[in-house]
Design a binder for this molecule. Structure first.
Ligand code: HPA
Length: 245
């Protein structure tokens, strides 16, 4: 079996308990990755890690080279990828600090390099994305939550918005009418590209704020950062168990 890779998002430019073994900057057909791919030990297991926004969190969601990142992880031996996702909560079950393993996605992003089939290779494949996440990895994450004693909402629709600004209240109402439970800025094209590359991809989402218009007050970075900090321990506990599965 190949390695488990973890893509860190906001709050996870490194994994606090990862013991680093080495780090490799790979050349990819799609350009530069966000950072070197780190190989390390999480508990008993060897994993790969890549911070999506770069080592100093300098890449906004629309500037992340999702194609290079996923290609480099596969090239480094990953067959399963967990994308960490800080999200805003929309529907009532998705309040701050809730953990979720989403099962659906709606893509509202635009202008991102979102496919490997951009005409250059002279071929097109229309991949199936009916179920956008890999079920076996979703189940592993959900079981790891239970083993680690952490509550989880084991489903949910993730709306991927363009950012880097947060949404308007009307945009969030539209997301809710569409069926979204949570909103984030990086879930797509990451999930679609992972499928194109044949990687088993799932997301571990954690809510860091109520989405725009859902709490009666404006969203502050202070609130987001406080909740991010409070989620780190539970996310690490779940990842550590998942890595051994
Ligand atoms: N909207 C979009 N992305 C986010 C949010 C949000 O409210 N919170 C964290 N990531």
């Amino acid at each position: 079996m190949g390695l488990l890779a973890i893509i860190g998002g906001s709050g996870f430019k490194s994994l606090p308990t990862l013991e680093q073994l080495d780090a490799r900057q790979l050349e990819t057909p799609y350009g530069e990755t966000s950072a070197p791919v780190t190989r390390g030990r999480l508990g008993e297991a060897e994993i790969l890690f890549l911070p999506r926004h770069g080592p100093s969190h300098h890449l906004p969601p629309h500037c992340v080279n999702y194609r290079a990142n996923l290609w480099a992880l596969r090239e480094s031996g990953a067959d399963r990828v967990v994308g960490l996702a800080a999200v805003g909560g929309i529907t009532p079950a998705f309040g701050p600090r809730v953990l979720s393993v989403p099962d659906q996605v709606i893509d509202y992003t635009y202008g991102r390099a979102h496919t490997l089939y951009d005409g250059d290779a002279g071929q097109v494949e229309h991949i199936d994305l009916t179920e956008p996440y890999c079920d076996s990895l979703r189940q592993a994450l959900i079981e790891a939550c239970s083993e680690a004693g952490r509550a989880v909402v084991p489903h949910g629709c993730y709306g991927a918005t363009q950012g880097p600004r947060l949404e308007t209240a009307a945009e969030i109402r539209r997301c809710e009418r569409d069926g979204c439970d949570m909103v984030g800025m990086t879930g797509m094209p990451e999930a679609g590209l992972a499928r194109e590359l044949g990687l088993c991809y799932a997301s571990l989402a954690f809510v860091v704020n109520w989405a725009a218009g859902k709490s009666g007050s404006v969203i502050t970075m202070k609130e987001i950062e406080e909740n991010l900090g409070l989620c780190v321990e539970q996310v690490m506990a779940v990842l550590t168990v998942t890595a051994t599965r």
